[in-house]
Write a protein that binds this ligand. Structure first.
Ligand SMILES: Nc1ncnc2c1ncn2[C@@H]1O[C@H](COP(=O)(O)OP(=O)(O)O)[C@@H](O)[C@H]1O
Ligand SMILES: [Mg+2]
Length: 254
């Protein structure tokens, strides 16, 4: 269970996040939706303990996120893995795909080389990455293949939480949907809590149980995705839903 308690983040004089308060139960998944600049990535960085909050707390199964040199960053980094937007900077260009996927195992486990290689093949297969690409450099992969490799690298250490920040935003619609189907399947298989960040509300209804809508660093609303169409929502959420509906109608019209 991931608990976020009264979390705020100030950078200089600007309040980037204001009193974020929510719980993600084990095995449930959360979508964080909001327009660009609403504070989604900042919240992600705090959850991943890459940045520190100004006030408030984050706990995973009752254990607080590490904040200073003496705390246990290693354990947190193993349990909360992440995949970022495809910036082509996530994988080391000097390493093969196989070496990149294997790297967290060297860092977090004592497995020997042949055990590590076996897991690399298992996870590449799980994410649908052709094994012929394992010895390739990252620059040889398509956008979708690149994200699959990043997902394999994140999941190979069996984290409790996977944070995905705009990971399908640069992909075309077909590849967006195949990656989302993959995440759906993996979260069931691995008992994983997924935190899926996107500016596109239309992507998340079938993927996440809960949806958090953010605006200007604040929580607008958090609701069960079963009630996405039927519930009564905050006017800002309604405007996002309306935009999705217009897009859908235009696709049908095409
Ligand atoms: N290091 C920083 N210094 C100053 N402002 C920042 C910094 N990082 C983010 N911000 C500001 O915080 C706000 C939220 O940014 P971000 O979390 O990246 O939003 P999102 O991911 O929703 O687009 C934006 O207005 C952004 O300009
Ligand atoms: Mg962002």
């Amino acid at each position: 269970m991931l608990e976020i308690k009264k979390l705020s983040k100030r950078i200089g004089k600007t309040l980037i996040l204001e009193r974020i308060d929510l719980t993600v139960q084990a095995g449930r998944s959360l979508a964080i939706v909001g327009e660009s600049g609403s504070g989604k990535s900042t919240l992600a960085k705090l959850i991943m303990a890459l940045e520190r909050p100004t006030s408030g707390q984050i706990l995973l199964d009752g254990i607080p996120a590490p904040t200073n040199k003496t705390s246990d960053f290693r354990s947190w980094y193993r349990q909360i893995q992440f995949v970022f937007q495809n910036t082509t900077a996530s994988l080391d260009p000097r390493m093969t795909i196989s070496q990149s996927i294997e790297e967290p195992l060297c860092h977090f486990t004592k497995l020997n080389k042949s055990e590590r290689k076996e897991l690399v093949i298992e996870y590449a297969t799980k994410v649908g990455l052709p094994l012929t690409l394992l010895n390739a450099a990252p620059s040889h992969l398509s956008g979708g293949q690149y994200q699959r490799a990043c997902i394999a690298k994140a999941l190979i250490v069996k984290p409790k939480v996977l944070v995905c920040d705009e990971i399908v935003s640069n992909l075309d619609m077909i590849h967006q949907h195949t990656i989302i189907e993959l995440l759906q399947q993996l979260k069931a298989e691995q008992q994983l809590s997924l935190i899926f960040i996107t500016h596109d509300l239309s992507l998340v209804a079938n993927l996440c149980e809960d949806i958090l809508v953010m605006k200007d660093g604040r929580m607008v609303e958090i609701f069960d995705s079963d009630f996405i169409q039927t519930g009564s929502h905050h006017p800002y959420t309604e405007s996002l839903l309306h935009a999705v509906e217009i897009l859908r109608r235009n696709w049908i019209a095409l």
